[in-house]
Design a protein around this ligand. Structure first.
Ligand code: KIV
Length: 276
């Protein structure tokens, strides 16, 4: 007798760039989390997390550095290859690490390596209008791009710390404009990190592409957190925008499912997790 796939496997289609856009259009929240290895990736995949980001946050939460700056392309490739092995449903995004996209050639080579050697479906890079040319070149070569505005951890030294961005009117206007420029350049997704909730809502409504918040607004089209933060493994200070879902569920699978439910139902982020 041949083994039959269970019913959940029959209905679960692979998430694509197009399905993310359809979710925004349908008003369905997009659930995203980071992962850095195959075992956790499998847990996320089975819990119906839409997007798994191999974040350069691994420099801090896995490698123990103070910032994400020491992370290399080889580090990202190593972790992305492991994460890819755990995924059959979720879409995998791989972060372009610090200084790996300073020219079109470098961006194409490094992003291409994540696509070809790890099966990435999208890459993420930090920055605003100054990255429009790079975004456009990647997209023209068939590499989907997630942009990242607001707090950009790769600029931590320039910013003078991990601070909320876009509080002053001029900075808020500039961020809205830059989001539009990145969409125009071909970005398929935008992460907004540590942005006042009102501004995050305005940007989410203004763009056609999905906007994913972290410390942004419940009105964003989706949410992302660092996996270790929702499992109560934050190093040092727990970020205001995060929540320990393991504390109330008692298991890793329970914590991930509780996060998925909270994002889908619009219960997360609450007032305590966003900035004004
Ligand atoms: O590196 C990362 O994990 C990220 C998310 C926090 C958005 O960029």
């Amino acid at each position: 007798m041949s083994a039959r796939p269970d019913s959940s496997q029959q209905v679960r289609k692979k998430i694509t760039v197009r399905s993310l856009l359809e979710k925004k259009q349908a008003g369905e929240k997009i659930v995203c989390l980071t992962a850095y290895d195959a075992s956790f990736a499998r847990v996320l995949d089975q819990a119906d997390v839409d997007v798994v980001l191999v974040g350069d946050s691994l420099g801090m939460v896995v490698q123990g550095h103070e910032t994400t700056l020491p992370v290399t392309v080889d580090d990202m490739l190593y972790h992305a290859q492991m994460v890819g092995k755990g995924l059959s449903h979720s879409l995998m995004i791989v972060d372009m690490p610090f200084l790996s996209y300073t020219s079109i050639d470098a961006a194409l080579e490094n992003a291409g390596c994540f696509m070809k050697e790890a099966g990435a479906q999208m890459v993420k890079l930090e920055g605003g209008a100054e990255q429009a040319e790079i975004v456009s070149a990647l997209v023209q070569h068939g590499i989907p791009v997630c942009a990242h505005l607001g707090l950009q951890p790769q600029k931590v030294h320039k910013l003078g710390g991990y601070r909320v961005q876009g509080r002053e009117a001029k900075a808020a206007e500039a961020m809205l404009e830059e989001a539009g420029i990145l969409e125009e350049a071909g970005a398929d997704l935008i992460v907004l990190e540590c942005v006042p909730s009102e501004l995050a809502e305005i940007i989410s409504r203004a763009l056609t592409i999905p906007v994913i918040g972290i410390g942004a607004s419940v009105a964003c089209d989706g949410q992302i957190l660092v996996l270790y933060d929702i499992l109560g493994l934050s190093m040092g200070r727990v970020p205001k925008f995060s929540h320990d879902f393991l504390a109330e569920t008692g298991s890793i699978e329970g914590a991930v499912s509780a996060y998925v439910d909270a994002v889908k139902s619009g219960k997360f982020p609450g007032e305590d997790h966003v900035f004004s």
